[in-house]
Ligand binder design. Structure first.
Ligand SMILES: C[S@@+](CC[C@H](N)C(=O)[O-])C[C@H]1O[C@@H](n2cnc3c(N)ncnc32)[C@H](O)[C@@H]1O
Length: 222
């Protein structure tokens, strides 16, 4: 078995040259986002966006929930991959960043598929459970604050249907999860979720070493 590749900058350029199909709408949103104080560090990489879109299509997801909208790049990737009658709920604690994405969603012709909520993610998860009931989503993408990852995961597991998918971003958290020198609340939040997922018999799991680490958890039972 070969060791994992260390993805050097030239190799990442190669991956992008040979697989990335980012169009003008996505590229322009990414470039506008890169100008912000948090910039591209908060946004998913374009190849991860393409992967998310593929996941939505492969799973046939029609009801998708996103925690952590930021400027709406990942929301745009997933909304475009939905069927015409599909629906994406995306939430963020502030409207400051999501409002940047709205014109791009409109330009891409998917704004009518996106329901934006400006509220704390845990509150949104609770509301959706009350409004729609358990097992009412096909796919949940968790990408909000890392401290609350274990809580978001537990709530998402109630909301996703058996056979549905929970996708968690940043599960390697810049490599800090494997470095005991990092004991900050964000790193600990991601570590706690990773430990929970490792032993959780309710899901099938794969931790992917793409981007900043992306974990797929498929709810068993379908
Ligand atoms: C990593 S960014 C999301 C990036 C986005 N998914 C993308 O790729 O374009 C995290 C977002 O979570 C939001 N956030 C932080 N705490 C939150 C909370 N408690 N509830 C909901 N959103 C929160 C932040 O405002 C930020 O926009």
């Amino acid at each position: 078995m070969a060791d994992q590749l260390i993805l050097s900058s030239p190799l990442l350029d190669y991956v992008r040259d040979f697989s990335l199909r980012e169009d003008d709408v996505l590229r322009e949103l990414r470039e506008e986002t890169a100008e912000l104080p948090g910039g591209s560090a908060l946004q998913i990489d374009p190849e991860e966006g393409q992967f998310l879109a593929l996941l939505v299509r492969m799973t046939g997801a029609a009801d998708v929930l996103e925690l952590g909208t930021y400027t709406g790049y990942s929301a745009l990737c997933m909304a475009r991959a939905l069927p015409a009658d599909g629906h994406l709920v995306t939430c963020d604690i502030t409207d400051r960043w999501p409002s940047i994405g709205v014109p791009y969603w409109k330009r891409a012709g998917v704004a009518d598929r996106v329901e934006q909520r400006v509220e704390d993610a845990a509150a949104v998860l609770g509301e959706l459970l009350a409004e729609r009931g358990p097992a009412s989503f096909d796919l949940v993408f968790i990408d909000a604050d890392k401290v609350n990852y274990p809580r978001y995961y537990e709530q998402s597991l109630e909301l996703v249907r058996p056979g549905g998918l929970i996708v968690v971003d940043n599960t390697l958290f810049f490599g800090q999860v494997a470095d005991p020198a990092f004991t900050d609340a964000n790193t600990e939040g991601v570590r706690a979720l990773n430990a929970l997922l490792r032993d959780d018999e309710r899901v099938e799991v794969s931790m992917l070493t793409i981007a900043d680490g992306v974990t797929l958890a498929r709810r068993k039972g379908a």
